[in-house]
Design a protein around this ligand. Structure first.
Ligand code: NAD
Length: 417
């Protein structure tokens, strides 16, 4: 159970929920496998005059409820199995928060930290060309993910627009606000994590003021979640990143730590206003009310789940808890708000961006935040209610709602021909 890769984990999670639903056997088979996996191998000219061949993937899991949607990551760790898992999680996420999209994901095996900006641009443009037949605003809409950003999205827009011989801003989301991007997109996932956590506290009859939080991962998701917690009166007593973990029972000055990291290659190492913990993973075991894993996969495992002292775990990262750990946490009475729900803020605002592009409009920031909170809180309530009704953990409930919606769309559309 512990040595599963992300694709196998996604399958275990799917099965746990599918067992509770009365799914036709063919539907189960269909939903467990992606609609299409595309692998491309392509050459890129490097700055020193040499040519390197790169491998990229675009996996389209399901589009019964709307165009495929999901990010593109650039990382040496990218594998087809990882992309397949992430693509299926996008199908369930978009269904759970009820935005009219399906699920996809993409990736290129590369190490952008060892490439120049010009090399990354050429790689992005050639990869866009390689997948240009299967993406588009009504077909499949990529977005930023690990090591990709608004600049890379702009290169994708430009390349796709050149191929189509017209501007097509709606081909990706996560663009800069001056090129069709939405206000509030960059903070959306972290804001969503905080929104869901605060709603959970409300349900539990708790006021945020005086409660404590620990955040693992101090990047886009972790920083914004921590910042909003502080705004709402929650004391952030622990933060960590790839370089170190820090603890201060009196509270960490999140803005000060962020400013330090920005000047230090985005690393917290060397920050001297908190105690540094070793190993950095022990941050997960600190006594706190709320724990936010917002770094990478497989952080809460059967090894450390028994030592987790938080009352609530709200998953900012994708796949931070293994299926074995899920069982242990549930038995300990720790409430886990699953990634599908807790980190859906990004895809919700991506949907708003796509709508704004189609309408040729730009909504004010306050409107984006209000609409984001409405969608997330509604999905949270549905999930929590079903978990209580069915006496299952919130992850299984979230999957049940999502699978049911996708299956209903497929059944109602019927099978072609
Ligand atoms: P990021 O690259 O901005 O930040 C990641 C942070 O995690 C960095 O501080 C990094 O140092 C830290 N980190 C990496 N490995 C670590 C480790 N082993 N231990 C502790 N810290 C570690 O990435 P992000 O956009 O914040 O994404 C974080 C997670 O959230 C990922 O799982 C991602 O898939 C997920 N997510 C992100 C978004 C989004 O909109 N950015 C949306 C949904 C899900």
């Amino acid at each position: 159970m512990e040595n599963l890769n992300p694709y196998q984990i996604a399958q275990v999670q799917f099965d746990r929920a599918a067992d509770k639903l009365d799914l036709e056997p063919w539907m189960r088979d269909l939903l467990k496998t992606p609609d299409r996996c595309v692998t491309v191998n392509f050459p890129v000219k490097m700055d020193d005059g040499s040519v390197k061949v790169f491998t990229g993937y675009r996996v389209q899991h399901n589009d019964s409820r709307g165009p495929y949607k999901g990010g593109i990551r650039f990382s040496p760790e990218v594998s087809l199995d990882e992309v397949k898992a992430l693509a299926s999680w996008m199908t369930w996420k978009t269904a759970l928060v009820d935005v009219p999209f399906g699920g996809a994901k993409g990736g290129v095996v590369c190490d952008p930290s060892k490439m120049s900006r010009a090399e990354i641009e050429r790689l992005t443009r050639r990869f866009t060309y390689e997948i240009s037949d299967i993406i588009g605003p009504d077909i499949d809409i990529p977005a930023p993910d690990v090591n990709t950003n608004a600049q890379i999205m702009s290169w994708i827009v430009d390349t796709y627009s050149m191929i189509q011989k017209r501007n097509v801003f709606g081909v990706v989301t996560g663009k800069p606000t001056f090129l069709g991007g939405s206000h509030g997109r960059s903070e959306a996932t972290g804001r969503g994590v905080a929104t869901v956590a605060l709603e959970l506290l409300k349900d539990e009859g708790l006021e945020p003021k005086g409660l404590t939080a620990v955040v693992q991962g101090f990047g886009n998701v972790g920083y914004h979640a921590a910042r909003i917690f502080v705004e709402k009166g929650v004391k952030v007593i622990g933060i960590s990143d790839i370089s170190t973990a820090m603890y201060n029972p009196d509270g960490i000055d999140v803005e000060d730590a962020r400013k330090y990291a920005e000047k230090n290659d985005f690393l917290l190492e060397g920050y001297d206003k908190a105690e540094h913990l070793s190993p950095k993973e022990s941050i997960l075991e600190v006594e706190t009310d709320i724990l936010i894993p917002a770094a990478v996969e497989n952080q809460i495992t059967m090894k450390n789940a028994g030592n987790i002292k938080a009352k609530y775990v709200v998953e900012g990262a994708n796949g931070p808890t293994t299926p074995g750990a899920d069982k242990i946490l549930y038995e300990k009475g720790i409430i886990v708000v699953p990634d599908l729900l807790a980190n859906a803020g990004g895809v919700i605002v991506s949907y708003f961006e796509w709508v704004q592009n189609i309408q040729k409009e730009q909504w004010p920031y306050e409107m984006v935040v209000r609409k984001l909170e409405e969608k997330l809180i509604s999905a949270y309530k549905n999930t929590r209610n079903l978990a209580e009704e069915e006496r299952v953990d919130m992850r299984t409930a979230a999957y049940m709602i999502a699978i049911d919606r996708v299956a209903k769309a497929i059944r109602t559309r019927g099978i072609y021909p």
